[in-house]
Write a protein that binds this ligand. Structure first.
Ligand code: ATP
Length: 371
């Protein structure tokens, strides 16, 4: 039984780099918490402070009831799985899994029981005598998991454990790890830069940017109610389209204007946010999720309306069950710092500063015909 808590935790490296700033995070007993964010956002540093591999500059880390700031890593009762599995090449799978237990002088028959049980749940029983070099990438990854499981720790800490696997195996292993964590019920902190991994594996997901926690929520909550532009743009694939707009008062309500088009705000959104009139006349960034686009020819939604925006399709990509469409809309692409950072992280082309029209990407519902 272990909760893991970070209480105003910061990390300043000796060279002055502030990698983590005043981070508050509570990971519940048996919870699967994913830390996600672009490269350099501080997620590995945060995990390493929980692991005891990095000194904590400010704040406190608790595992269970205990503040562990001054507890050496080996006494924190945690088990780690890294990107490089660091298996001992000269030892068999059995001995690799048993290694940590032998160091702890655990009785032989107890070691044997734990190793065989781990091998059973990880489907490694028939490979126990093999050396790591004779295993596939996925099997090696499972041996690394086995080594963590047999320690029966209070928490698993995983740092990009799947990043060395090919795409297909990654999908398979992410489901296996999530299932295993659920079966074992061990509190887990899992670091990744891959938002799909985060969304599919985490009970909750903590999004970080530049050393600061942005939002902690369930995957669905993050997707539906991102607290800021960065989270909205980071979560989702294809990414949310971000364009410039002006906030206006119109027809007794509020609207956003893009070029010569206007999109009225639904009443529930207006009701949920008081003091909207303060925003009138201001520039803002409008986020459009790809699945919010529809094919006007197919849905018959081609009549003008203040609840729809029109975009001109330039390209269709059939993905089998889905169709991605690229379309231009008469609005400038948003160019805030967050947007530039997101574009760089997702490997998108740099944003054209002069562009008068934005290209937006839509994903049409499964089996929708591309007319
Ligand atoms: P990645 O996904 O690329 O591993 P990350 O989100 O895990 O990134 P960290 O590795 O935690 O990020 O690094 C956070 C920041 O701290 C970065 O700016 C990094 O350059 C810096 N940093 C990491 N280790 C050190 C160190 N030993 N000394 C100085 N700065 C460091």
């Amino acid at each position: 039984m272990a909760e893991v808590t970070l209480d105003r935790v910061s990390k300043v490296y000796p060279d002055g780099t502030r990698a983590v700033s005043s981070m508050d995070l509570e990971i519940g007993d048996q919870e699967f918490m994913v830390l996600v964010g672009p490269s350099g956002c501080g997620k590995t540093t945060a995990l390493r402070m929980v692991a005891g591999l990095e000194e904590i500059s400010e704040g406190a880390v608790r595992i269970g009831e205990r503040v562990v700031n001054d507890v050496p890593s080996r006494d924190r009762d945690i088990a780690m799985v890294f990107q490089s599995y660091a298996l001992y090449p000269h030892l068999s799978v059995y001995e690799n899994i048993a290694f940590g237990l032998r160091l702890k002088k655990i009785p032989k028959d107890e070691i044997d029981r734990r190793v065989r049980e781990a091998a059973r749940v990880l489907d490694l029983t028939e490979w126990l005598k093999r050396k790591p070099r004779n295993l596939s990438g996925g099997q090696r990854q499972r041996v690394a998991m086995g080594r963590a499981i047999v320690r029966e720790p209070q928490a698993f800490l995983m740092d990009e454990p799947l990043s060395n696997l090919d795409a297909k195996l990654r999908v398979q292993m992410r489901a296996e790890i999530a299932r295993l964590q659920d079966d074992l019920g061990v509190t887990t902190i899992y670091v990744t830069h891959d938002q799909i991994e985060a969304m599919t594996m985490g009970d909750r997901v903590a999004v970080m940017r530049k050393g600061r926690l942005q939002q902690v929520a369930t995957p669905q909550e993050l997707y539906d109610h991102p607290v800021n532009l960065f989270v909205g743009g980071f979560i989702g694939s294809p990414a949310m389209n971000l364009v410039e707009a002006i906030f206006e008062q119109a027809n007794g309500g509020f609207a956003v204007r893009l070029g010569d088009q206007r999109l009225g705000l639904p009443q529930d959104l207006v009701d949920a946010r008081p003091a909207l009139s303060e925003w009138v006349g201001r520039e803002l960034v409008l986020g459009i999720r790809p699945e919010s686009l529809e094919d006007a020819a197919e849905t018959g939604a081609d009549t003008p309306s203040d609840r729809r925006l029109r975009a001109q399709v330039t390209l269709r990509e059939a993905l089998g069950s889905e169709v991605d469409i690229h379309a231009t809309i008469a609005a400038r692409p948003a160019r805030t710092d967050e947007v530039k950072e997101l574009a760089a992280d997702k490997g998108l082309q740099s944003l054209d500063a002069e562009a008068a029209e934005a290209t937006i990407v839509g994903r049409l519902a499964p089996r929708s015909k591309a007319a």
